[in-house]
Each structure stands twice: as structure tokens, then as C-alpha cells.
Design a protein. Structure first.
Length: 261
């Protein structure tokens, strides 16, 4: 399995700065997206620290040991790297008054063969488009989601709730954090969308699915998603990271090519 990856980020229409951060490593198929929160520029610091730290630590581990690691080992490596990133952000927030209270959401994905190890904290999401079916495969750590789970409100009522952005779990806010990690099987042709809530709050699932359904280059799809979020109001920073599972090309030997096989 080969993985095609692209990213797109935009400050939106109402924010002066972009507190989202995202990156990927095409060698290890490590993908990371974070949406910062906090005071003046503090969210930008928290998300940037999270993405840089996890890419460095987890990327190094994956390049050295990850190729032969089992699911349990990859999961543990993800948890350790995220916990270390949490300590770094928490300590920075407590030693610098201007960064007090800063934190960030997180989605981190490791694609290996037909396996996806997916971790998340907060309300940044990962969706999957598979054979015409669109599905959210992360579950928000938010007050709104807890209210839905408790039957206090319906998913339809949640769309207009004033509590939309209150997360119950974030990286760097406390001295310890729990990364939720789940394993998924990847199928040929799958498209995975990691995004900040600047997309999911502005564009309906149906509209996102319609954009993903077109057989377009990933870069064009990513741009369309950002344009749709801005058209819907652009009230927050918008970040998307798209991953498409493609068939691995097999190089034929010289004799086979000469014989047309």
C-alpha cells in the first residue's frame, strides 16, 4: 500500500493569526494535526510545539523500529511521545506567564501497510471516505459530545449549540493527558481527512462527503474544503490533512519488460 498525503491550512476570515499546525513525514507515513488554544499567540505556540515534538520523537522511533513493530508497540510509542509533548507544553505554560493556560487538540496517525493507528485528543477529527461511505472515525472529547452520549441533546441540536467548542481533554493543559488510540484496517482507495474544527464547524458532513467523492487530485480537494469552510463563514482557522491509500507499484524485471509481461 502506498499513501499519498497533502495538507492545506488557512487563517479563515475572522482571525488575524493561525493557531493550527500540521505536518507529515512521507517516509514513515506519520501525520499530525493540532488546533491550539490560549491567550495572545499562546495557542499557536502550543500547537507548534506539539507538532514539532511529536514529529521529531515519534518520527525517529518509526524510522528506526516502527517498520517491524506490532500494533501494541506502535500504540505505546505514540502514547509516550504524546505524554512527553504534553509535559513540554505544560511546563512552558507554567514557566511563562504569557503562555498560561495554553493547550492544543491533537490528531496523530501512523499508516503502515494496511494498518492505521489513530490517536486523538480534543475535538479535531479524522474522517474516512470508503467506497461511497463517509464516516467520522474519531469521537470528540467535548462537552457537547458528552451531552449527546447522555441523551441530553440530539446530534441535530448540537449543530447550533453554544457549547460547541468546549473540549474536555487537551494537550498541555494538565500535567498528564490520555491519548485515545484506535486501530483501523485500511482498504485500497480509502481517503482519510484529518481536520481542525474550523472545517467541521463550517461545513456539513454531507458537503464534505460530496467534495471527497469527486475523483480529483488531493491538492484540489484540500483547496475545495478550505474554500467551503470560508464560504460557510470562516470563523476559525481551517486546516485539512488528506491521505489516500493507493496500490503499490511493482517494478518488473528487465526480462519481463522485454517479453512484455
Amino acid at each position: 500500500m502506498l499513501y499519498e498525503i497533502c495538507t492545506q491550512t488557512d487563517p479563515g476570515l475572522t482571525r488575524d493569526n493561525n493557531e493550527d499546525a500540521l505536518t507529515f513525514d512521507a517516509v514513515t507515513n506519520l501525520c499530525i494535526l493540532a488546533d491550539g488554544m490560549g491567550g495572545y499567540n499562546a495557542g499557536e505556540i502550543a500547537s507548534g510545539m506539539a507538532v514539532a515534538f511529536i514529529r521529531s520523537e515519534l518520527g525517529r522511533w518509526l524510522s528506526q523500529a516502527g517498520k517491524h513493530a506490532n500494533s501494541r508497540e506502535v500504540r505505546r510509542a505514540m502514547e509516550i511521545c504524546v505524554e512527553n509533548a504534553n509535559h513540554s507544553i505544560f511546563n512552558a505554560a507554567n514557566s511563562n506567564p504569557q503562555y498560561s493556560g495554553m493547550g492544543t487538540t491533537l490528531v496523530v496517525a501512523v499508516f503502515q501497510g494496511t494498518r492505521l493507528m489513530l490517536g486523538h485528543i480534543g475535538d479535531s477529527r479524522c474522517y474516512r471516505w470508503r467506497a461511497g461511505q463517509f464516516q467520522q472515525i474519531t469521537k470528540d472529547h467535548s462537552l457537547l459530545q458528552e451531552q449527546i452520549d447522555a441523551g441530553l441533546i440530539t446530534p441535530e441540536q448540537a449543530l447550533t449549540s453554544v457549547n460547541k467548542n468546549l473540549v474536555t481533554r487537551a494537550l498541555g493543559v494538565e500535567d498528564s493527558v490520555l491519548l485515545e488510540v484506535n486501530e483501523h484496517r485500511v482498504e485500497l482507495g480509502d481517503i482519510y481527512l484529518m481536520c481542525s474544527d474550523g472545517l467541521s464547524d463550517m461545513v456539513s458532513d454531507q458537503a464534505i462527503a460530496a467534495i471527497l467523492s469527486g475523483a480529483k487530485p488531493l491538492e484540489q480537494t484540500a483547496r475545495q474544503l478550505v474554500v467551503a469552510a470560508n464560504a460557510g463563514g470562516g470563523r476559525d482557522n481551517i486546516s485539512v490533512l488528506l491521505v489516500r491509500a493507493k496500490e503499490a507499484s511493482v517494478k518488473r524485471g528487465l526480462l519481463s519488460r522485454m517479453m512484455g509481461r
